[in-house]
Design a protein around this ligand. Structure first.
Ligand SMILES: [Zn+2]
Length: 273
């Protein structure tokens, strides 16, 4: 398995210490940007990953410049699931982070996002991350190297579903999936708490088919295999969540729902007050 070079870690640590991108000597200085956020010490920046390939995309970060965990938020693994990458981009631009840093890869499957299709040229990116093995395609391998270098302590992957519970077409419904084998996990409780604000705000009827539910992703683990969050949960041993919104709802509603779920997960992880 490819090992991470030190450059990204150096970059991220230096960013946390308040250095500017121009002093870091990594990546392309002309392509990378870092800005102070108003009067606060919040630092936002970005640089290209998967450079010089058709999968080139932008990694963005929001750094509180205070001690705390690193969170990774990924969108656009499926290119036709717009709310996920729209929410991820919005969070990179506007989220206030109180501790640690949030690293965002809004459009992880850039050519699929560009085409508005689920899959990219190399197929379904969310089937290319087998547990305990090297990712099965070159873009997945490169992305995984970036993810390992980020050293996330919580991972959130944003998706959308065409189905709902108890309705045709059937689907997983609006949900937060966590990875594990049983419901006694801390991740299960975290997922339960993470859906409370979004259900309170957007799903007034407790029995509504739009209710966000939580579930262990055992089914997702076994069939299909190769999910990104399964690999981060198993190979990096970090709490990993997959969020689904219903893509028949208006886009701004879906984006807001993603935001609320992610913000609550980040709050529970200690990054957001
Ligand atoms: Zn998806």
């Amino acid at each position: 398995m490819p090992r991470n070079g030190p450059s990204r870690r150096t970059f991220l640590n230096a960013a946390a210490a308040g250095a500017t991108i121009a002093t870091l000597g990594v990546g392309s200085a002309s392509a990378a940007r870092s800005t102070e956020d108003g009067a606060s010490s919040l630092r936002r920046g970005s640089f290209a990953v998967l450079e010089d390939t058709e999968y080139e995309t932008t990694l963005r970060y929001v750094d509180s410049v205070k001690p705390g965990p690193t969170a990774l938020v990924v969108g656009g693994i499926h290119g036709d699931e717009r709310a996920g990458y729209a929410a991820a981009d919005a969070m990179a631009a506007h989220l206030a982070v109180d501790a640690g840093r949030v690293v965002v890869i809004p459009k992880a499957n850039a050519p699929a996002v560009e085409a508005g299709s689920r899959e990219g040229p190399n197929g379904d990116l969310n089937r290319q991350f087998p547990v305990g093995e090297t990712p099965s395609t070159e873009p997945a391998r490169t992305l995984w190297e970036e993810v390992r270098a980020i050293e996330p302590e919580i991972v959130v992957d944003l998706h959308e579903t065409v189905g709902l519970y108890e309705r045709e077409p059937s689907g997983v419904g609006q949900a937060v999936f966590y990875t594990g084998e049983d419901e006694s996990l801390e991740e299960a409780e975290t997922a339960e708490r993470a859906v409370e604000p979004v259900n309170d705000f957007f799903v007034p009827e407790p029995a509504s088919q739009h209710e966000f539910r939580t579930d262990v992703s055992t089914e997702l683990v076994s069939d299909p295999s190769g999910l990104f969050v399964t690999k981060t949960a198993e190979d990096l041993a970090v709490p990993s969540f997959l969020v689904e919104t219903y893509d028949d709802l208006p886009l701004p509603v879906r984006v807001n729902m993603h935001w609320l779920v992610v913000e609550e997960l980040l709050s529970l992880a200690g990054l957001v007050e």
